[in-house]
Write a protein that binds this ligand. Structure first.
Ligand SMILES: *Cc1c(COP(=O)(O)O)cnc(C)c1O
Length: 220
């Protein structure tokens, strides 16, 4: 099936409230252009350099989502244009994003990444670290970031029950923070679900899914 047909198939199974971020990592710019021509505008990349290179050659109304681990020294390259950073895992990183946001005179939308998977090393904060960041007084001073929600990845497993349970845990955590609203924090986006597990994620309340191979086929 074509990229366009794959997109339509996914959209037809999604509630209209769920945003689809097409994960374009490893694919060449021509493939991304095809996706653009099919009308899609939300693109996700996991590496800073790759995202910058594609940003430079593709139409400027694309919304770029950084979904992979972000090092503080690389924030400056994406700060001028990134739409949403899904993978914020420390206060230190938030402070750097804030500094770069100030420099470019913009407020940068961020999600806090929560560690869910049990069996392997994945990036993200545990619940205790998350609580520390959200309740810290240092956070209140950051006027050029806006925390819009949480992001998480389930374990890479065929065990549907385990995936379901991990997404349920994240959803509960997300709802537990909903009553907390600050100038630069409001829980509105729950980014969870990829090609293999987005249906389970949506069933559990995901509002944003990050899907690559179900659109483009297997990555090279
Ligand atoms: C690659 C990636 C995805 C998409 O994975 P698919 O299995 O191709 O849908 C989603 N989220 C993150 C963080 C990724 O790195």
């Amino acid at each position: 099936m074509s990229i366009k047909e794959n997109l339509q198939k996914i959209y037809s199974s999604l509630p209209p409230s769920v945003t689809l971020v097409a994960v374009t990592k490893t694919h060449p710019a021509e493939k991304l252009q095809e996706l653009y021509e099919a009308g899609h505008r939300q693109f996700g990349e996991n590496k800073v350099q790759e995202m910058v290179e594609k940003y430079e050659v593709l139409p400027k109304d694309i919304q770029w989502h950084l979904i992979g681990h972000l090092q503080t020294n690389k924030v400056k390259y994406i700060a001028p244009f990134v739409a949403l950073i899904h993978s914020v895992d420390s206060l230190k990183l938030l402070q750097e994003i804030n500094r770069q946001g100030e420099k470019y005179n913009r407020v940068i939308d961020c999600l806090l990444q929560v560690y869910l998977a049990k069996e392997e090393t994945k990036f993200g904060m545990d619940e205790e670290e998350l609580e520390k960041v959200i309740s810290s007084t240092a956070l209140e001073q950051l006027t050029h970031i806006h925390i819009r929600g949480l992001m998480g990845m389930a374990s890479n497993t065929d065990n549907q029950e385990q995936i379901d349970q991990e997404f349920r845990t994240l959803t509960k955590l997300f709802h537990s923070y909903e009553p907390i609203v600050k100038k630069n924090l409001k829980m509105e986006i729950l980014s969870m679900g990829m090609s293999s597990d987005y249906e389970i994620a949506v069933k559990n309340g995901s509002t944003m899914i990050r899907v690559g191979s179900a659109i483009f086929g297997k990555r090279p």
